[in-house]
Design a protein around this ligand. Structure first.
Ligand code: SAM
Length: 274
């Protein structure tokens, strides 16, 4: 049987063009085809690296059809590099779909590590890095958004969000409403000339928001009032009251307690019926 090709998931710079590994350059030069989120954008990087390769567009709106085409090429023995506009593919960027399909089809996938905005924002934030949760962009739908921010309020680990500059003020105001004045570090324009870490309260970020431009990552400090061990020690009733005070719906509370206590949610439900 003919050998199948390999899909390389290649991280590219998030600003500074020098942030690309020697291995990534080698892979981009060796593959038969590069699948790129925006071919014009990637062409600039390839020109900078003096690499000339056939490019095929692969973005959110054509992921389905292009996945099929790329899988066919891989089955025909072609090696493909997948890149996004910036950073690591699959992290708030296309990638998941073709990766799942490759696994189904027995096609090798190889990660080529490199820049990722959330990791670089986190490591220099000064906020705890031991445990963290990456939530990507907050949903736009009001209810889902509120639920997500409530999740952040209850999180006992650092939370990382991506945000676009024109939505920053609305996001900060929404966060303020539910989190109050929790400590947030705003990292912007990482690896670029105007790279900056703003380590202030939500209030002061709101005041400054109209002057904050460029690409943004928000690092939110954990809810210091909840420590996982302490929380596990709480009785079902105490946990119930805690979540109720946080404004959670009964169904959601039961689900959370069942998870905390590592039991089936029907068991918790029965206790409440009693
Ligand atoms: N795949 C990328 C990664 O690995 O970080 C993320 C892509 S996502 C579509 C774009 C978001 O990432 C931006 O809206 C911003 O929140 C964040 N981002 C990307 N580059 C950044 C930079 N240089 N500085 C700060 N944030 C950045």
């Amino acid at each position: 049987m003919d050998k199948k090709g390999t899909l390389f998931i290649v991280a590219t710079p998030i600003g500074n063009l020098e942030d690309i590994t020697i291995r990534a350059i080698k892979i981009l030069g060796d593959v038969d085809l590069i699948a790129a989120e925006d071919t014009r954008h990637t062409l600039k990087l390839l020109n900078h690296l003096k690499i000339s390769k056939p490019l095929i567009s692969y973005h959110r709106h054509n992921e389905g059809t292009k996945t099929e085409i790329l899988i066919k090429e891989l089955k025909n023995g072609k090696d493909i590099a997948l890149v996004s506009d910036a950073g690591t593919p699959g992290i708030s960027d296309p990638g998941e779909e073709i990766i799942k399909k490759c696994i189904e089809e027995g096609i090798d996938i190889v990660p080529i590590p490199g820049a990722c905005a959330m990791i670089n924002a986190l490591i220099c934030s000064g906020i705890d890095t031991k445990e963290f949760q990456f939530l990507g962009f907050l949903p736009l739908n009001k209810k889902l958004r509120k639920n997500k921010i409530e999740e952040i309020r209850n999180a006992n680990k650092t939370v990382i969000l991506y945000e676009a500059p024109h939505k920053l003020l609305t996001t900060l105001e929404d966060l303020k409403e539910i989190l109050n004045n929790r400590r947030i570090v705003l990292a912007r324009e990482l690896t670029k000339i105007h790279e900056e870490f703003i380590r202030e309260s939500i209030d002061s970020l709101i005041d400054k928001s109209k002057d904050i431009k460029g690409e943004i990552v928000l690092i939110i400090e954990a809810n210091k009032n909840i420590k996982e061990n302490d929380f596990a020690k709480l009785s079902i009733e105490e946990q119930y009251n805690f979540y109720k005070e946080q404004g959670l719906e009964k169904k959601e509370i039961i689900k959370k307690i069942a998870k905390n206590k590592n039991v089936n949610k029907n068991e918790i439900y029965k206790k409440f019926i009693k």
